[in-house]
Design a protein around this ligand. Structure first.
Ligand code: LIP
Length: 285
């Protein structure tokens, strides 16, 4: 594929529509591979930050598949993946991939897990990158949500557009918890305070799907700490292109300390409340 176009000053500019289509195709085919190859009994291959932070053979296989397909289609691009880390490139673009977002749900056979594929320009860090295109494929439902910079966001081709103005007491808020027991205890205390103010919480277990649910209006907001860049690269573009905002501590860029997504007014209210409970001040990595 030739996703760049040359401009009069001979600078290549990424063809966002073509990159979006490639994100969708890669996520869709990886999801199909996960469905077709799911074993009767899923085994844990290894653990990472704690005994509950697991990697299965399917995570490793799916990321290897994504890397092969990206190398074939975009040989000069870099890759940043949850399981194999960073691979350098020369094009200035980086593919940020989570082969299974919601690995614990995959392990237990719970239907909320996805393949998240994004392509960014600039340094592959949430405080520096520009997300050009992204796709989140819901593996079990076989539903594709994608976005391109300036092109909007859509689920299976249906345009997504968020509404504004939900009162705090009416907010349905998604969240998740880290793998460190001490952090989880603190997060539980924050969640208990939040429950005094909002409609309810939902803990779905896939940040990428949570962000798609914010963009579709199935959640009013989503926040989480200790996320990896691959968890939210695609989903944050989906929310922004659906008219929402995605912020971090103090309203800056989202990162491992905190990610908060929702409509502009929802985020403005929730961020203050969350930071008062300690969210954003306790994850330093
Ligand atoms: C998951 C995130 C989820 C979080 C889980 C886990 P993974 O990513 O998507 O939001 O709550 O703890 O981090 O590890 O399944 O790719």
């Amino acid at each position: 594929m030739r996703p760049e176009r040359t401009t009069p000053d001979d600078q290549t500019t990424p063809d966002v529509a073509a990159l979006r289509a490639l994100c969708e195709d890669l996520a869709r085919r990886t999801a199909a591979r996960l469905r077709e190859h799911r074993p009767d009994r899923v085994e844990v291959l290894r653990t990472k930050s704690s005994a509950t932070d697991v990697v299965t053979a399917a995570d490793a296989d799916a990321e290897a598949f994504l890397r092969r397909e990206i190398a074939a289609a975009r040989p000069d691009d870099a890759v940043l993946g949850e399981e194999e880390g960073a691979t350098a490139g020369t094009s200035g673009l980086t593919w940020v991939v989570d082969p299974i977002d919601g690995t614990v749900n995959y392990l237990y056979g719970l239907p909320s897990y996805s393949v998240s594929v994004a392509v960014v320009s600039g340094a592959p860090r949430p405080d520096s990158w520009t997300v050009l295109a992204g796709a989140v494929h819901d593996v079990v439902a076989d539903v594709s949500t994608s976005a391109g910079q300036g092109l909007g966001a859509a689920t299976d081709g249906r345009r997504l557009w968020m509404t504004d103005g939900v009162e705090v007491a009416g907010m349905l808020v998604g969240t998740g918890f880290g793998y460190d027991p001490e952090l989880r205890a603190a997060q539980g205390r924050s969640a208990a305070i939040l429950l005094e103010h909002v409609r309810d919480l939902r803990r779905i277990g896939s940040a990428a799907l949570d962000l798609c649910r914010v963009a579709s209006g199935q959640l009013d907001a989503y926040y989480e700490e200790a996320l990896g860049p691959w968890d939210h690269a695609a989903g944050e573009l989906v929310v922004r292109e659906a008219g929402g905002v995605v912020v971090g501590v103090g309203g800056g860029a989202p990162d491992h300390r905190m990610l908060l997504a929702g409509s502009k007014s929802t985020v403005a209210v929730l961020r203050t409340l969350l930071e008062r409970t300690g969210v954003g001040a306790r994850v330093q990595r």
